[in-house]
Design a protein around this ligand. Structure first.
Ligand code: NAD
Length: 504
């Protein structure tokens, strides 16, 4: 996926269980368990439009009992699903990709409405959903392993690669359907079945997806239970019938999941936050850096784990880069999706998140930081925060080392290459970083020295599904995308056959 991805041609479908994205909701949506879209029941969660705070839908507020039912359905579906050949599973995943592709526009409108993101961004990200289903279906047919061989004379060794069983998947609100699809496609391609809990803030596209694939996926292969983290998420993590948990979310949720999973010793797969540095040397194209930060730091209102939030520049370039950044950040067009295609940035996802982001900027200001652009809530409905550029924060301060997950970029300076490396690595997050230089030797040294799971050179936030997306340190350790993720969502079994006793 690149930020400049093009909209794929789509068609519209008027039959929907969900409220149409352009009108306020009147109907509530329930869990999808064992292939059945259930009634929502009495316990409901309100789903709000971040641009207005208006309720746009209601979904079921699940409990541990619902998770029990979903796990039972996933376990019942497992033997048949895992017994299919990789090719047969790939055909199913390909059909999923086709139906999603045919409904991309509808999904984009719904995602844009629920997250508050510009429609152009929803158009750019959602083609990644069919792409990952096609990639994982094909890749699971071409797995690699140590060669079968008599490593001990007379004993033939081989590797079987098997599904873990039932995967519990817990997903975030920033790219709701995209992050869910990475887990679903990979787990299902390897023969696992799944119980998935979308974010309680943004479950609508995941539920719409379930409606679309209802006739394609066998009942129980993928089950969705909506609800909160402490209720449904914790029930999934603690459940003895779940064989592995994959979470994309914050550090604190990752810590909870890891602690809870320890009780049943189930493997965990964690994709957590980020605080990506952008390391700019004096020979870099400063104008290109500033233009990139306008997108990479503010796309999805900065609610992006790989966002270019932390610009670190050679002190000699500070003045010029500051000027260019002020210009670029100051020009960002903020608004609702309805305001048109020129909108670059929408609101934050919730009032609570807006307060958190504003609080971090306020504390930076109180510590003496210079808020060169933004730093305020615009006077309009919805949970908007202005695109913000923070200068002169002390090294090690909260705003420069902790994930803001909002439209806030900081600028710091370094003195030389080793200072640049030390400064870039001085955060516990290790998801992504970029280096900007024309010196190839320096680029090679930096890519090795930086402790981040992705290091870009002279670019930022370009993803390739053939390559892993993975963090180090506080960013977790679970690999998404690429054939390496197929390894995470499966287990290896060593089989040894004594050749000379085959007839006994
Ligand atoms: P979050 O941690 O608040 O929620 C993520 C999911 O975890 C939600 O579904 C939530 O209900 C669930 N959850 C919360 N508490 C739980 C518990 N005790 N047990 C089980 N599940 C629980 O995160 P968010 O606010 O939805 O998303 C933002 C975070 O996600 C940021 O830190 C961001 O960097 C990270 N993120 C990372 C990536 C990546 O690829 N590394 C991608 C997107 C988002």
């Amino acid at each position: 996926m690149t930020l400049g991805a093009k909209l794929t041609a789509t068609t519209r479908d008027d039959t929907t269980l969900l409220p149409q994205p352009t009108v306020a909701a009147t109907r509530a949506v329930g869990h999808v368990i064992a292939g059945i879209a259930e009634p929502a029941g009495e316990m409901l969660l309100d789903i709000l439009d971040p641009c207005s705070g208006v309720i746009i839908a209601q979904v079921a507020r699940g409990t541990a009992v619902d998770v029990d039912r979903a796990v039972a359905a996933a376990r019942a579906a497992l033997p048949t699903w895992r017994a299919l050949t990789p090719n047969d599973r790939a055909k199913v995943l390909s059909a999923v990709a086709d139906v999603v592709e045919a409904h991309l526009e509808e999904l984009a409108i719904l995602e844009s409405r629920n997250v508050g993101k510009p429609i152009s961004l929803a158009h750019a990200e959602l083609p990644g959903v069919p792409e990952i289903f096609r990639f994982m279906g094909g890749a699971a047919r071409a797995l690699q392993a140590p060669a079968a061989h008599e490593y001990v004379a007379g004993y033939l060794s081989m590797i079987l690669r098997e599904p873990h069983g039932v995967i519990g998947a817990i997903t975030p609100w920033n790219y709701p359907l995209l992050t869910a699809s990475w887990k679903i496609a990979t787990a299902l391609a390897m023969g696992n079945t799944m119980v998935l809990k979308p974010s309680e803030l943004t479950p609508l596209t995941t539920l719409k997806f379930m409606e679309l694939v209802g006739d394609i996926l066998p009942a129980g292969v993928l089950n969705v239970v909506t609800g909160t983290g402490p209720e449904v998420g914790a029930a999934i993590t603690n459940h003895p019938g779940i064989d592995m948990v994959s979470l994309t979310g914050s550090i604190s949720s990752g810590q909870r999941v890891m602690t809870d999973a320890a009780r049943t010793l189930k493997p965990v797969h964690l994709e957590l936050g980020g605080k990506a540095p952008v390391v700019v040397f004096a020979d870099a194209d400063l104008s290109a850096v500033a233009k990139m930060v306008r997108v990479g730091g503010f796309v999805n209102s900065g609610q992006e784990c790989g966002a270019s939030t932390r610009v670190l520049c050679d002190a000699s370039t500070s003045e010029e880069l500051t000027r260019l950044l002020i210009e670029q950040v100051g020009e960002i067009i903020v608004g609702t999706p309805e305001e048109g295609d020129q909108i670059e940035m929408g609101p934050l996802v919730s009032e609570a998140h807006l307060s958190r982001v504003a609080g971090m900027v306020d504390r930076a200001r109180a510590e003496g930081a210079n808020i060169a652009v933004g730093g305020y809530r615009p006077d309009r409905p919805g949970w908007f925060y202005s695109p913000t550029l923070v200068l002169d924060s002390p090294r090690g301060s909260e705003i420069t080392t902790q994930e803001v997950f909002g439209p806030v970029v900081t600028l710091e300076t370094f003195t030389d290459e080793s200072d640049a490396v030390a400064l870039a690595n001085s955060t516990s997050y290790g998801l992504a970083a970029s280096v900007w230089t024309r010196d190839i030797g320096r680029a090679v040294r930096l890519t090795s020295a930086l402790d981040f799971g992705t290091v870009w050179v002279n670019t930022h936030l370009v993803l390739a599904y053939e390559m892993p997306w993975v963090g180090f340190g506080s960013s977790g350790h679970g690999r998404e995308c690429s054939t390496l993720s197929l390894e995470d969502f499966s287990r290896t079994k060593h089989v040894m056959i004594a050749a000379d006793r085959s007839e006994t």
